[in-house]
Design a protein around this ligand. Sequence first.
Ligand code: AMP
Length: 199
Amino acid sequence: MSVTRVVLLGPPGSGKGTQAVGLALSLGVPTISTGAIFRANLSSGTALGVEAQKYMSAGELVPDSVTDAMVRSRLAEPDAAGGWVLDGYPRNLAQVSALDALLAESGLAVEVALELTVPEEAIVSRLAKRASIEGREDDTESVIRHRIAVYEEQTAPIASVYRSRGLLRSVDALGSVEEVGVRLLAAARGDGCGCSCGG
Ligand code: AMP
């Protein structure tokens, strides 16, 4: 049976957002990207967007209370009933617990956590390229550095939690979008995949 409740992990610049969309399409579930939801709120000028922007522009995490509530309401939408690919959430250990508790209310749980791995040099050059293409406000060099530090400190540890549950599969994120997409889908399905999941 195909997995439908997937958490996608990976540092800024690992191609996570792009891969989340492709993977969700292949699995037939929506992508739920907290960063994208915050950016959409920001461009439409909602109170949530204004609040989130203070943190986003500095490369800090938006407070858990705000983010967890937003995810709760997004996961309650009808299209999320059959599963999802979560991109950018959970982002720290407290969010892992909040997600566990939220899913447990419906007798559900994360089925697999996929981690995109990429060497640090590649991260910086990918982000610099994205900055020139998308013009994201949080893609300036100092904010990029800070986001990488926040990732290492707060987000990287959550991989260990999923690993200890036997749910983590790591996927090499170097290569073309298509190549990485194939690896990721194989890892999600648990096929003999050449990643480090033992598949
Ligand atoms: P991303 O598009 O995932 O790189 O997220 C962009 C920014 O949105 C992050 O640097 C944070 O400021 C904020 N953000 C996204 N997801 C979360 C989250 N799960 N918790 C807190 N802040 C988040």
